[in-house]
Design a protein around this ligand. Structure first.
Ligand code: NAD
Length: 495
């Protein structure tokens, strides 16, 4: 079942609505659907099918069969790589449609989706295609009477669960390493905006993957997501989403002792020292928290500024927001910030802003809804000052265009404040001192450190968090680890 859709920029496409199982789009067994809303207009776009536990069972069985089927199991790494390159090429060719889908379904700007996310997905698929024929083991000297070697064996059926903030990118990041290692996949999209994932399903089929190797389902987390994580036919779970859901997933996976990779929330600190290039610090910290309407796991939502430059930093940051953070239609070329993804997120962010005022923080700028003609889940870019460590906006992940700018005195104070969080995903330091940059980088409790820039990961390096920001990593060689196990094989030479 497909519907014709048209974006405000004239892009038209046929949008699949079904669950993608065994290379076919099928209806939910109970006919369940979830309407998906355009956050700019607040109108319903369409109502894709939503998986029930029975549908999840069908998808997992399809993946189990495909995993063992010779059409997949007997492929060499090079042959898997060919399929991955085909998918990467198709995603690239369909970049305009994919970007248009996310602009209407998610609210991110067309330009961001087209020029950042589509190339990211293409690059990560190609990167892991390069690994597909290099997944071999070692030989070991076990004496004259036997030969021993290891092989890297795929884990089997992998459940992958993604959030709504980077559909196209996450499909690349999740499929790439799993497929390179020879697994079969059931990926659950977020119910908040599943359309671009379902569109990529068409490209999976066109690329020529055997039926059942890649399955995409839409559905509610507590329903389809939980059924997928608990399913005994699933061997491994890779989850990206909030820390709270990550904890629930660990509990569910424990019953069948599944390995879990968790990429969860963050509360990234950026430390700006007096000796930093302030214009550079302002440019990066603004982008690092306001891009994607603030809906980034690594958003630097706490900017710690040394006392001597605090006022100067705030003035420049305000100017940057005024000049760069243009709110508007995601298809307008001048738009920097679109709406928040959904009414739920929009109200949650406004709730945090209300709470900040009640707790005594100052709303230095922004802090209001910003609908156009009374429509759209827009929130003004918001800067808080007079923020105390106990406040919710300092401790909790807001996942919106909001930043707390807090003064500090010494390097020691700054590091203590930076690490005073349950999260450990990313961190940034701005200074002109090489020695200080390295000292602070070593002191950060975070999976990534950026010196004189903010979170801009590269697919060749591991991406993951420590503390409650996750378990394991994606990207780079480390991203392959969850998707294979090492098997030791011994040959007796004395027979
Ligand atoms: P979420 O945790 O609410 O949902 C994420 C996914 O989990 C969705 O597909 C949802 O349907 C599913 N889900 C929800 N409950 C479930 C359950 N009980 N069992 C199985 N699946 C379940 O997160 P969200 O609101 O979609 O995304 C925002 C969060 O994602 C933020 O916390 C953000 O920091 C995090 N995130 C982390 C990274 C990272 O790489 N560390 C990247 C992007 C987003």
């Amino acid at each position: 079942m497909e519907v014709m859709l048209k974006a405000p920029n004239g892009t038209k496409w046929s949008q699949p609505l079904g669950l993608f199982i065994n290379n076919k789009f099928v209806n939910s067994s109970e006919g369940k659907t979830i309407p998906t809303i355009n956050p700019t207009t607040e109108e319903e776009i369409c109502a894709p099918q939503a998986a029930t536990a029975a549908d999840i069972d069908t998808a997992v069985q399809a993946a189990r069969t495909a995993f063992k089927h010779p059409s997949w199991a007997n492929l060499t790494g090079r042959e898997r790589a060919v399929l991955m390159h085909k998918l990467a090429n198709l995603i690239s060719q369909h970049g305009d449609v994919l970007a248009a889908i996310d602009a209407i379904d998610n609210g991110k700007t067309f330009a961001t989706a087209k020029h950042f996310e589509v190339p990211w997905a293409v690059e990560v698929l190609r990167y892991y295609a390069g690994w597909a024929d290099k997944m071999y083991g070692q030989t070991a000297d076990c004496g004259p009477d036997r030969v021993a070697y290891t092989v890297k064996a795929p884990v089997g059926v992998v459940a992958q669960i993604i959030p709504w903030n980077m559909n196209i990118g996450f499909v690349g990041m999740k499929l790439g390493p799993a497929i390179a290692c020879g697994n079969a996949v059931v990926l659950k999209a977020s119910e908040a905006c599943p359309l671009s994932v379902l569109y990529i399903a068409k490209l999976v089929k066109e690329a020529g993957f055997p039926p059942g190797v890649v399955n995409f389902v839409n559905g509610y987390g507590g329903d389809a997501g939980a059924a997928l994580v608990s399913h005994p036919g699933v061997d491994k779970v890779s989850f990206t989403g909030s820390t709270e859901t990550g904890k629930a997933i660990m509990r569910l996976a424990a019953a069948t002792l599944k390995g879990v990779t968790l990429e969860t929330g963050g509360k990234t600190p950026a430390i700006v020292f007096e000796d930093a290039d302030l214009d550079n610090a302002v440019m990066w910290t603004h982008r690092g928290v306001m891009a994607y309407s603030g809906q980034m796991c690594f958003a630097n939502s706490r900017v710690l500024v040394q006392e001597g430059v605090y006022d100067a930093f705030l003035a420049k940051f305000k100017e940057q927001v005024s000049q760069v953070s243009v709110l508007g239609d995601p298809f307008e070329k001048t738009t920097f910030q679109g709406p928040q993804v959904s009414r739920v997120q929009y109200e949650k962010i406004l709730g945090y802003i209300r709470g900040a005022r009640e707790e005594g923080a100052t709303v230095f700028m922004g802090g209001e809804p910003a609908a156009f003609d009374g429509k759209g889940f827009f929130v003004q870019p918001t800067v808080f000052t007079d923020v105390k460590p106990g406040m919710k906006i300092y401790r909790e992940e807001i996942f919106g265009p909001c930043v707390a700018v807090v003064p500090f005195k010494t390097e020691e104070d700054a590091l203590e404040m930076a690490n005073d969080t349950a999260y450990g995903l990313s961190s940034c330091v701005f200074t002109s001192s090489i020695a200080r940059a390295h000292r602070v980088a070593n002191g950060f409790e975070a999976g990534q450190v950026y010196i004189n820039s903010s979170s801009t990961p590269d697919i060749r390096l591991p991406f993951g968090g420590t503390k409650q920001s996750g378990i394991g990593a994606e990207n780079g060689e480390a991203g392959l680890l969850p998707y294979y196990y090492t098997k030791s094989i011994y040959i007796n030479l004395k027979v």
